[in-house]
Structures are given as C-alpha cells and as structure tokens.
Design a protein around this ligand. Structure first.
Ligand SMILES: NC(=O)c1ccc[n+]([C@@H]2O[C@H](COP(=O)([O-])OP(=O)(O)OC[C@H]3O[C@@H](n4cnc5c(N)ncnc54)[C@H](O)[C@@H]3O)[C@@H](O)[C@H]2O)c1
Length: 283
C-alpha cells in the first residue's frame, strides 16, 4: 500500500531534475510509468533531459515535461505547481532536490554566496513544500515529499559552513514536516529525508570524467532510495564505496556525543580529540 504512488497514473515533480540524482530519479520513475515534470534552471538542459526521460517513458513525450524554474523564487514555484496541475492534474511525488555548492562559503565569505546557498538549498525546499503540499494533501492519494539533504547537514564538517547550515536547516524542516503530516487526520502524504553519500554528479565531478572508486552513481542512489521508501523509512541514509552505514552511524553518534559529553564543537576535527575519535571508530 505504502508504495502505491510509484506507479502509472502517478505524477512526480523533481526539482534539479535536469542532471545528477534528480535526472536519475526522473528516469527511474518514468520507467515505472509515472508522469514526470522536471524543474531546473536552463531550458536547453531541460530539453535534453526531457528527451532522455521520454525515451524511457511508456507514454513518451506526452508524459514528460521540463519547466524552467528557480526554486528560490516563490512566484516561479507557484507557476510550476499551477502548470503541473493544469497538465497532469496534480502531484503525487515531490522531490525537492535542487541544490548548489559554492566555492567560497567560509564564515566570513561573501554575503551573496551565503544568501544564494540558503535561498536555493533551504528556501527552495520550503517553497516547494509550502506551495505543493496543500494540493497533494487535498488530492487524497498516497504521496511523498522527498527532500534531498546531506551528511554535511548532520555532522557539519569544517570547510563549507553555508552549505552545512542550509542542509542542517533542511533536515530540521523535513523532520518537522514529517511530524506535522502524520498528525493530520486522513493525510496520506509522508515526508522523507534523502541523505546521499558521495555521488558522482555535475556537483562533485570537478573536471573528472570517470567516477572515482569511492563514489556511487546517481542510479545506485535512486535505487537505494526506492528500497527505503518501500520500507517507509524517513531517514534514507545512503552509503557510498568509502563510507558504509556502520561508519556513518559512528560519525553521527560522535557528533551528537559532543553535546552529551560536553566536548568542544566539531571535536572530531579538534587536535585534542582526534585520537579519541579514532579509538571510538575502532571500538
Ligand atoms: N553529489 C553528491 O555527492 C551529493 C551528496 C549529498 C547531497 N547532494 C545533494 O543532492 C542534490 C542533487 O545534486 P546532484 O549531486 O545531483 O548535483 P547536480 O549539480 O548534478 O544537480 C543539481 C541540479 O539542480 C539544479 N539547480 C541548481 N540551482 C537551482 C535552482 N535555484 N532552481 C532549480 N534548479 C536548480 C542544477 O541546475 C542541477 O541540474 C543537491 O541538493 C545536493 O546538495 C549531493
């Protein structure tokens, strides 16, 4: 029952759907016979992605659309929702997946970079959820809101504070959303937090053409996500070829332990605690 939305007659909207994890999800959902709308920034890239998705979709181009939409812009997200409703009748699966990394987002980094990261990675998800959820709930069909977070939003490693803040905010938002949805009477929409490991995509390629050994492919990530959605998991914590689940669990437990044990912030990277962390990993 829980899995019913991933089937023909269902509609999926995927932001950041013209590449990487979003495009892999769009193709996988299309293969299930779902109608697909991908939203992204550039119409030319969208058109290319739509052609790839339509080649897989049993309904071809009639079941796939690509709409230019900047998720940080509320008006554009509203227009996206209206167009999907007009053409496909509504939305069953919303994947708030668009995200960016910017090179310079240190604590004292440029204001514009901080603002853009938060606008896209955090506000994009809030916009998508607030604009789409009422119609999805009113549809009274089984549906999913899947927000793409990051391990960096959980263990918040040094180096990318604005990105970490955006993904930590997204995690808190999605947890609250899951709670609110399950409190609502006769609501069949559930929320889920996708936490990819290292995935070889446009965001992480950095000039590389070949997938590094440690990375997963976007397709592996989406397959894992579907497995976990079928089990109704909220936290979809993906491993990669370097970080198995057991290692992630220890890193997450250590980060939470900083508060409980009254250690310094980010003690995993603190010279006085590095040895203790290493020992903890080996335990
Ligand atoms: N690749 C990884 O290792 C990894 C790890 C953890 C989390 N993530 C997250 O996964 C999600 C997908 O990233 P990806 O790795 O597939 O990267 P990607 O760059 O291949 O795809 C991201 C897509 O989002 C689009 N986008 C960016 N800003 C947008 C905006 N304002 N409005 C609409 N679309 C916009 C981009 O044009 C791009 O097509 C992101 O949220 C990212 O933070 C990725």
């Amino acid at each position: 029952m829980a899995y019913l939305a991933f089937a023909p007659q269902s509609v999926a909207v995927i932001t950041g759907g013209a590449s990487g994890i979003g495009l892999a999800a769009a193709k996988r959902f299309a293969a299930l016979g779902m109608a697909i709308c991908i939203a992204d920034l550039d119409q030319e890239r969208l058109d290319g992605a739509v052609a790839e998705i339509a080649a897989i979709s049993p309904g071809g181009l009639g079941d796939v659309m690509g709409i230019e939409c900047d998720v940080s812009r509320r008006d554009q997200v509203e227009a996206l929702e209206a167009e999907v409703r007009d053409i496909f009748g509504g939305t069953d699966v919303l994947m708030n997946n668009a995200g960016i990394e910017l090179p310079s987002n240190a604590i004292d980094g440029p204001f514009e970079n901080w603002q853009r990261l938060l606008d896209v990675n955090l506000w994009g998800v809030i916009n998508g959820t607030q604009v789409f959820a009422p119609g999805m709930i009113a549809r009274k069909r089984r549906g999913y809101i899947i927000n793409t977070g990051s391990k960096q939003g959980i263990t918040t490693p040094p180096g990318n504070p604005a990105y970490n803040v955006s993904k930590a905010g997204l995690k808190a938002f999605t947890e609250a959303l899951a709670h609110e949805l399950r409190q609502r009477e006769s609501c069949s929409i559930t929320a889920h937090l996708l936490i990819p490991g290292f995935v070889f995509t446009g965001m992480t390629a950095r000039g590389r053409i070949e997938k590094p050994q440690s990375a997963w492919t976007p397709e592996q990530t989406v397959e894992f996500m579907l497995e976990k959605l079928a089990a109704d998991d909220f936290y979809i914590l993906c491993p990669d070829n370097d970080a198995p689940r057991a290692l992630d669990e220890k890193r997450i437990a250590w980060a939470a332990g900083d508060i409980i044990e009254n250690r310094p912030a980010l003690s995993r990277w603190h010279k006085d605690h590095a040895e203790a962390f290493k020992a903890f990993l080996e335990k």
